[in-house]
Design a protein. Structure first.
Ligand code: FES
Length: 288
């Protein structure tokens, strides 16, 4: 069991868990993830350690409520409780190089994965700008990001309770692509990096490609074991089948088969849509 040392809701549908997990804290590097099984017979979910302390042996996970397991984690687990299993660290660490000027983008909860990487890149001597685009009540890590990188840009979109889930998300995508275009139009960047929903990654990639700037994207296909055994996370990159868990999670955006990936991750869209629409029913006060 991995003891929960701290738990708090830090934004709408975002829960902060500080967990005693010394074997992860000792080895984890920016860009890596863990697979968490919180409950007996429960599903395994990939999550990214946001921060950690090697000496004290803890990690922080920010869990976004997107389905049954994450909703149960937010509702049923508290300080002093245990998480059944945490496997990892898994995946490859982010490359630490002097790239120069970097634009690191997080859409929605993607900023949670961007944080440790952007911070490490800045410490390594890069000039890092982070861009977080999300719904207004879902802002996380603003203060931490402002301290960690050269410049943190936050763009929030109001949730319109009169619009459905896809229409609200389209507003975020529009703001995201507009802001990226504005930045690339005005400034030179040596590298763009992005974490977020696959559809948004592709939209941003289409903008970045117009400017010919190298782009890396952390991919989020379905993951089960996280060790290259099950094949669930396969993606096509440069015409070859790769496994996001052991070959990634970061890949050259120019080589990713985006259409195929969007099709595969679309399997979960109806579930996420149901969860979001349940939230909308709540904010409408039960009026449908
Ligand atoms: Fe099973 Fe990657 S998650 S092969």
């Amino acid at each position: 069991m991995y003891k929960i040392l701290e738990k708090r809701e830090i934004a709408m549908r975002n829960t902060w868990f500080k967990i005693h997990a010394p074997h992860v804290a000792r080895k984890v590097q920016p860009g890596q993830f863990v697979i968490v099984r919180a409950f007996k017979n429960g599903e395994r979910i990939p999550l990214t350690p946001v921060m950690w302390d090697k000496e004290e042996g803890w990690i922080v996970l920010i869990v976004f409520t997107r389905g049954k397991t994450t909703a149960r984690m937010a509702a049923e687990l508290g300080e002093g409780d245990g998480i059944l299993n945490i496997a990892g660290p898994l995946g490859n660490p982010a490359e630490m190089e002097r790239f120069g000027k970097i634009l690191a983008i997080g859409a929605y909860t993607g900023i949670v994965e961007v944080y440790p990487i952007a911070r490490a890149w800045q410490e390594f001597g890069n000039d890092v700008t982070t861009l977080h685009v999300t719904f207004e009540p879902m802002v996380v890590l603003k203060d931490e990001m402002e301290k960690a990188v050269g410049r943190h840009i936050l763009e929030t979109v109001q949730i319109d309770p009169n619009l459905d889930f896809p229409a609200n998300m389209k507003n975020v995508t529009r703001r995201l692509t507009e802001r990226v275009r504005e930045l690339l139009e005005k400034e030179h960047f040596d590298l763009v990096f992005m974490v977020g929903p696959t559809g948004d990654q592709k939209e941003v990639f289409e903008v970045v490609r117009e400017y010919g700037i190298p782009m890396e994207a952390d991919l989020h296909p379905i993951m089960v074991d996280g060790t290259g055994m099950c094949g669930a996370c396969r993606v096509t990159v440069g015409g070859e089948v790769r496994f996001a868990c052991i070959d990634g999670p970061s890949f050259d955006a120019y080589k990713v088969d985006w259409e195929e990936l969007i099709h595969r991750v679309g399997f979960y869209v109806p579930k996420e849509r149901m969860a979001f629409e349940e939230y909308l029913r709540q904010v409408r006060g039960g009026v449908q």
